[in-house]
Design a protein. Structure first.
Length: 81
């Protein structure tokens, strides 16, 4: 007469079989694009993107699309991680 709870762990930490460094993958996957955006902003890429958008055939109205485009990029990065 064997019961299934005879082999049950005695402490809650015995249930956790994850690698302790697993969080580093998610952290790196989120921080690498974020760091690239910050580096690009520091180098003046943001101003060139805005200037390029204004000078494009879309014109000034293209600036209304930038928040949606950047939000979509950010959302895809965080959903991927």
């Amino acid at each position: 007469m064997s019961r299934s709870h005879d082999n049950a762990p005695s402490h809650i930490s015995e249930y956790d079989q994850r690698d302790n460094r697993a969080w580093m993958y998610s952290f790196g996957a989120a921080m690498i694009p974020f760091s690239a955006f910050c580096f690009g902003h520091q180098r003046g890429v943001t101003g060139r993107v805005v200037e390029g958008m204004v000078k494009s055939p879309v014109g000034v109205y293209g600036l209304f699309l930038l928040p949606f485009a950047t939000l979509a990029m950010e959302k895809s990065i965080y959903d991927t991680v």
